[in-house]
Design a protein around this ligand. Structure first.
Ligand SMILES: Cc1cc2nc3c(=O)[nH]c(=O)nc-3n(C[C@H](O)[C@H](O)[C@H](O)COP(=O)(O)O)c2cc1C
Length: 403
């Protein structure tokens, strides 16, 4: 691409295409990706990505919580030059946001985890690869050595050593330990839509495939033709269940047995940076730090675990206060540049997004994810100007008032 075809987002290293490919031009906001993905994906698959649990109170509450704050801009601060660069865990990123771990990405996007990792790398942001994924972690680490790996571990020393050892051998430098899944969420919406892991072949599933030919040929059959039937590759040291099967059961056992001794064990064997994700109480944040966590992930899993759980934004300031110098990474419900800046104003060092990047990968592959990153980066940049911010280190709670 020639220089004339590119434009730089202020404060970024990477040059982004001046305009997205024509098929993405109608996508102006992150929510537009969701509407497009709903058309593109079979119902059961869209239900998996979009859904929360039970009555979706937690999922909706995450968005509603952002409504509780309004900005107080500052004026005449000479904001012609702005930078979003943010240092997290010893690395400088171009933007204060990254891609949260999202499971089975290769089911809703062709080579999903790789696409997300490539787009993140090209845009100077972090991407955490989910442990519930259908592409081998080694393949992602080989292409994107700066990607993070997120593990779901069982409360069993042997399997912990296997998966953590495998992530280290693959070359990952940052491990995210997700701790808010002691039991599977009650995803009634998935059951109603016909989603399960593995997917069970049925006439209605076949019809969903046929009536969504873009996904059927562009994602699912293309994957099978080129790479064989996808399997869960990274929950353990060994390969797990296939994504489509009439009889195989997935092993979710023993996650409920996980306790602080396992975190101690992991800290002992994992030499890289360690993020504990799914913290909602300041005492747990303190304890995770005492156990050697390098960052705390304040998250309710996008409202996909416990319904009626508190919104992470509501507890963010208390957790930030408990963490001292240890950075807090916020996720759950971010959709706009203003959301990013609210979370940062309330003390988060960094934020992550799940669903929007999943939808972007579905409908647009790597270009789609890059477009999503560019949309959010441009919003953050414009909002910074209007708030009177040259640099994100200048943001504080003083820029917010309760609505
Ligand atoms: C489709 C999907 C799959 C997810 N899979 C995982 C996962 O494998 N591991 C994990 O720690 N979190 C997982 N999450 C939670 C995300 O990491 C993140 O906490 C959440 O998506 C943030 O909320 P948002 O979607 O509103 O941005 C998943 C979320 C979604 C939407």
């Amino acid at each position: 691409m020639s220089a004339s075809e590119t434009t730089s987002i202020p404060g970024t290293r990477a040059q982004a295409p001046a305009s997205p490919p024509s098929r993405l031009r109608h996508i102006l906001s992150l929510d537009d990706f969701e509407r497009a993905a709903e058309r593109y994906l079979p119902k059961p698959v869209f239900a998996y990505v979009s859904g929360g649990v039970e009555d979706n109170v937690s999922r909706e509450g995450n968005r509603a919580q952002f409504e509780r704050w309004r900005f107080v801009p500052r004026i005449l601060r000479g904001v012609g030059k702005r930078s979003q660069k943010t240092v997290l865990l010893g690395k400088e990123y171009d933007h204060p946001f990254g891609i949260a771990p999202i499971g089975i990405a290769a089911l809703y996007a062709y080579r999903g985890d790789l696409v997300l990792a490539r787009a993140a790398k090209a845009s100077g942001i972090p991407m955490a690869m989910s442990g519930s994924s259908l592409i081998r972690m080694e393949d992602v680490a080989a292409e994107a050595p700066d990607a993070w790996f997120q593990a779901y571990v069982t409360g069993e020393g042997k399997t912990i050593r296997e998966v953590v050892g495998r992530a280290a051998d693959a070359g990952f430098g940052t491990l995210v330990l997700t701790v808010d899944v002691p039991a599977s969420g009650n995803r009634e919406n998935n059951v109603r839509a016909g989603f399960s892991t593995p997917l069970r072949p049925s006439p209605s599933l076949a019809w969903q495939g046929i009536s969504h030919p873009g996904w059927l040929f562009g994602t699912f059959l293309k994957t099978i033709a080129r790479h064989g039937m996808p399997h869960f590759e990274n929950n353990y040291g060994r390969r797990g269940a296939p994504i489509l099967s009439s009889s195989v059961l997935r092993d979710f056992s023993d996650r409920g047995n996980l306790d602080w001794r396992h975190l101690e064990l992991i800290r002992g064997i994992w030499k890289g940076r360690l993020v504990v994700k799914g913290v909602l109480h300041p005492d747990d944040a303190r304890r995770a730090i005492e156990h050697g966590a390098d960052a705390i992930g304040v998250s309710n899993h996008g409202g996909r675990q416990l319904d009626h759980v508190v919104s992470p934004l509501a507890v963010l300031p208390d957790i930030v206060a408990a963490c001292g110098e240890v950075p807090v990474i916020f996720d759950s419900g971010i959709r706009r540049g203003t959301d990013v800046l609210k979370a940062l104003a309330l003390g988060a060092r960094f934020v992550m997004l799940g669903r929007p990047f999943g939808y972007a990968a579905s409908i647009g592959g790597e270009e789609g994810v890059r477009h999503a990153i560019r949309i959010l980066a441009t919003e953050v940049d414009r909002d910074m100007a209007m708030l009177g911010l040259r640099d994100l280190s200048e943001i504080s709670g003083d820029f917010l008032r309760p609505a």
